[in-house]
Design a protein around this ligand. Structure first.
Ligand code: HEM
Ligand code: HEM
Length: 204
């Protein structure tokens, strides 16, 4: 397998965890949004909520692995023609996404703790992080729901930027985060003119 150096593309560990996180976000959002299909108090609705908690907590565990991997395998160098402000915007966007992946599960865990409810995780029950406090639980819930809604925009904007680079600017940004190059050993500019690919900006 022709593995490419990390100066050209994101490391396979980062790439794998990136797309796994996307799948987890789909599950986390779908489970909580679709709970309304079931009546309050039904087992099905509780199962949807438990799925939301479990997948969200799994994301928390995996983002810690992801950060460790990212420290071990730094991001590839910014593409040649990138303007400094674009690099800063991309970094800020990525930092906000990391904050979302850490902050949302943590807020969820705190919220269930303060509400005095069990915290389920694959058949286990995690310890409460706070003493029971209904008022605090309500406050954390409001923040959790507000940031959860903001997360749609953040992820949507991030994905739109990546697709804009791929389909409109036709540069290598998306390919750097694709497992295909790792599996086939193709260079990041292989799909189109490598000169074009070399000068592409980064997304945030
Ligand atoms: C990235 C991870 C997470 C995201 C993006 C997320 C997102 C959301 C969203 C959008 C809502 C609001 C739904 C609505 O207003 O209808 C919500 C509600 C909630 N979330 Fe999360 N969440 C995450 C992780 C967690 C975790 C790990 C827990 C607990 C361990 C949790 C506990 C809750 C609770 C208790 C509610 C309120 C449910 C209800 O009103 O019945 N969340 N979450
Ligand atoms: C369809 C959805 C998505 C697409 C097309 C996409 C695409 C990309 C691309 C192309 C990059 C590389 C950007 C660059 O080189 O500057 C990237 C990086 C990144 N993406 Fe996504 N992404 C998606 C969803 C997500 C989701 C759901 C998250 C998590 C909340 C996320 C978090 C990140 C982070 C944190 C980075 C920076 C990686 C690092 O430097 O460690 N992405 N994404």
């Amino acid at each position: 397998m022709g593995l490419k150096p990390t100066t050209e593309r994101y490391h396979l560990a980062t790439v794998s965890l990136h797309w796994l996180m996307l799948a987890l976000f789909v599950g986390v959002y779908a489970s909580i949004e679709l709970r309304v299909l079931f009546e309050k108090g039904t087992a099905a609705r509780d199962a949807m909520k438990n799925l939301h908690f479990t997948l969200g907590l799994l994301m928390f565990a995996l983002v810690l692995v992801r950060i460790a991997m990212r420290i071990r395998h730094p991001a590839p160098a910014a593409l040649a023609s990138i303007a400094p402000w674009q690099g800063v915007a991309a970094k800020l966007g990525h930092l906000a996404l990391y904050a979302l992946m850490i902050g949302m599960p943590l807020a969820g865990w705190l919220l269930l703790s303060a509400a005095g409810k069990p915290i389920p995780f694959f058949g286990l029950e995690l310890p409460a992080l706070l003493a029971k406090n209904k008022e605090l639980a309500d406050q954390i819930k409001q923040v959790h729901e507000f940031v959860g809604t903001a997360g749609y925009w953040l992820i949507g904007g991030h994905a739109a930027a990546a697709l804009f680079h791929h389909y409109i600017l036709r540069d290598a940004t998306l390919q750097r985060m694709s497992p295909a190059g790792w599996l086939t050993g193709r260079s990041r500019g292989a799909r189109r003119n490598p000169m074009e690919a070399a000068g592409s900006p980064r997304v945030g």
